[in-house]
Ligand binder design. Structure first.
Ligand code: CA
Ligand code: CU
Length: 359
């Protein structure tokens, strides 16, 4: 991929968090009737390493939260509507986001090179100037002063040499970061890891069912309040975005996995820290399609991707929000809301976790 492709890609990427601004209309959850019914409630034996059992069942998927309307910026859609009924079978899920330590084991065993580490070729991108054919990825950089919220170039940059090994750029490495989530992971990178581990990526429905932790129709993975009793539940952004993250929640920027309370199923960081890849193609109208068909059983996503905001980009779903999310801008740490990203594009706030079927 060329820098041009990257440029397009990081526009897409930034779209995750870039298009959202706070709405003044308040927030509503999916409603109190989103009760779960039992799917596969019994743990089918001992847990695979690092995984917890997600019992499956029926639930109300999506969000009516004002956060995902993102007011009136171009390219935004209420893509987490309508709230609709979904059933998922039980499965195992990684309790945490995949860490640098885990990803390093995979790379050591397989010699895998991530997309961000590959030098794009002139054959792939004949129109790109040679100087643009450099490996790298997208890195968040604080703005020096407050900037308009409609231009994410003010805080995203393409950094040559950035990759999972060098999250902030070539001068930084993984020293002391073994337990941090791996980042700068493109979709195929995540799939390759999952295959090696005998696992796979979650569907979007599995991800949301799991993230809700058995609590029906809540705004957050832990309930209706962002800070219940003043307690910090997730790694997000405090302070003026995108200028200064004050780290009032204990971490300015990315945090090691598992620093905040787990949800009802024992999953850590399903809100904030890093976005997580799901296996579904992204379409903003997919929920409407599902809702028309009654209870959707183990939905796998649409057959093909389509984002009207960027119709040529092939995107898959991201979930969970990141350490950059803030009510000033993007509150997609809310459990039913959706993100999306072009499949070859990673960044320093995008990672993943895996699931494994019970059988
Ligand atoms: Ca934080
Ligand atoms: Cu966000």
């Amino acid at each position: 991929m060329s820098s041009e492709a990257h440029a397009a890609a990081w526009m897409v990427l930034a779209g995750l968090c870039a298009l959202c601004v706070p709405c003044a209309t308040g927030c509503r959850s999916a409603g109190p009737d989103g009760d779960t019914s039992s799917g596969s409630p019994r743990r089918p034996g001992p847990a695979p390493e690092g995984m917890v059992w997600i019992p499956g069942g029926e639930f109300l998927m999506g969000a009516e939260a004002a956060s995902e309307s993102m007011c009136d910026l171009p390219g935004t859609t209420r893509d987490a509507l309508p709230v609709h009924r979904v059933h998922v079978d039980g499965f195992w899920m990684d309790a945490t986001e995949v860490t640098n330590r885990q990803f390093a084991q995979f790379v050591k065993a397989t010699g895998y090179t991530t997309i961000a580490e590959r030098v794009p070729t002139a054959a792939e991108f004949p129109t790109a100037p040679p100087e643009n054919l450099v490996a790298g990825s997208t890195v968040f950089t604080p703005a020096r002063q407050p900037v308009p919220m409609n231009d994410f170039y003010a805080w995203w940059r393409y950094e040559r040499g950035a990759s999972w090994r060098h999250p902030e750029g070539p001068d930084e490495d993984l020293t002391g970061r073994d337990d941090y989530p791996v980042v700068h992971i493109a979709y195929d990178d995540a799939v390759a890891y999952a295959r090696w581990a005998g696992r796979r990526l979650p569907t979007e429905a599995e991800w949301e069912f799991a993230a809700r932790g058995g609590l029906p129709g809540q705004l957050y993975a832990w309930g209706q309040e962002f800070r219940p009793g003043g307690r910090t539940m997730a790694n997000t952004w405090q302070g003026r975005f995108p200028v200064k993250d004050t780290g009032d929640d204990g971490h300015a920027g990315i945090a090691p996995v598992g620093q905040y309370p787990p949800n009802g199923y024992g999953l850590y960081d399903v809100a904030g820290n890093v976005w997580e890849w799901c296996s579904d193609w992204y379409r903003p109208d997919y929920y409407a399609l599902l809702a028309a068909g009654g209870v959707a059983r183990n939905p796998q996503g649409p057959d093909s991707p389509f984002d009207p905001a960027e119709p040529t980009e092939r995107k898959r779903v991201h979930r969970g929000g990141s350490f950059l999310c803030t009510e000033q801008y993007c509150t997609r740490y809310m459990v039913g809301t959706r993100g999306k990203g072009e499949v070859t594009t990673g960044s320093n706030h995008l990672g993943f976790r895996c699931v494994k079927p019970s059988g």
